[in-house]
Design a protein around this ligand. Structure first.
Ligand SMILES: Nc1ncnc2c1ncn2[C@@H]1O[C@H](COP(=O)(O)OP(=O)(O)O)[C@@H](O)[C@H]1O
Ligand SMILES: Cc1cn([C@H]2C[C@H](O)[C@@H](COP(=O)(O)O)O2)c(=O)[nH]c1=O
Ligand SMILES: [Zn+2]
Length: 194
């Protein structure tokens, strides 16, 4: 049975790296894959998906209107796919997450989603919430806080490194905008708790 996987973590945990390694692993065995990432995240300089470690690959881009069931089935009919890999999966809509489940259950294609669990306030992204509810396998990847604990949270910072408390959920950026922290240090920065 094909499965729906959700690899979740804070930023800088190696999600894109793990996705690109999995893709390479399939392709070096002659198996076809299909890669996706969010249209709204255009940070890659050379490729649609880029990891901080320097790996990259091209990918299709999804927005809220993309029908993943239709798009993947059309590709699968032309070239049978062994796997679908989706980066920035926190930006999927809940119905797109159900399309991923349908791909696993009814088309027999494993779908591996990679994304953030929570936003800069500690709230679930809707795509991540749906994946946590629906995926067959939940796999936590780990970044490290400056204290050595597991970094599960993402602090949004301004140009001076000061915490940002309010704003839109979506704000594209990298290390200059977000700091992965353990919950204790996240709460210290956000609420002044000691
Ligand atoms: N030059 C480098 N050499 C080795 N590892 C690196 C380098 N730059 C960043 N990394 C590591 O790459 C990881 C981030 O990978 P990435 O796939 O971009 O994360 P994510 O997609 O989760 O944000 C971190 O563990 C970071 O320490
Ligand atoms: C916490 C948080 C993140 N984002 C954005 C910032 C980046 O563009 C991506 C995550 O990238 P990565 O591959 O995991 O490094 O998500 C956001 O829009 N809102 C947030 O609260
Ligand atoms: Zn910490």
């Amino acid at each position: 049975m094909a499965k729906l996987y959700f690899y979740y973590a804070s930023m800088n945990a190696g999600k894109s790296t793990t996705l690109l390694q999995a893709d390479f692993n399939y392709r070096e065995r002659g198996m076809a894959t299909m890669l996706w990432t969010a249209a709204l995240d255009g940070r890659g300089e050379h490729h649609a998906i880029e990891s901080r470690i320097g790996l990259g690959a091209d990918a299709r881009r999804f927005d809220t209107a993309t029908d993943l069931w239709e798009a993947v089935c059309a590709c699968h009919a032309a070239t049978p796919l062994s796997c679908v890999l989706i980066d920035e999966a926190q930006f999927l809509t809940p119905s797109q997450v159900w399309q991923c489940a349908r791909l696993a259950d009814f088309a027999g294609i494993p779908v591996l989603c990679f994304g953030l669990r929570t936003d800069f306030r500690g709230d679930l992204f809707s795509g991540s919430g749906a994946l946590l509810g629906v995926a067959d396998k939940l796999v936590e990847l780990k970044a490290v806080c400056h204290c050595g604990r597991k970094a599960t949270m993402n602090l949004r910072v301004d140009g001076s490194g000061e915490p940002i408390h309010d704003g839109a959920q979506t704000l594209i950026g990298g290390n200059e905008r977000y700091v992965p922290l353990c919950r204790r240090h996240f709460c210290e920065a956000m609420h002044g708790w000691t």
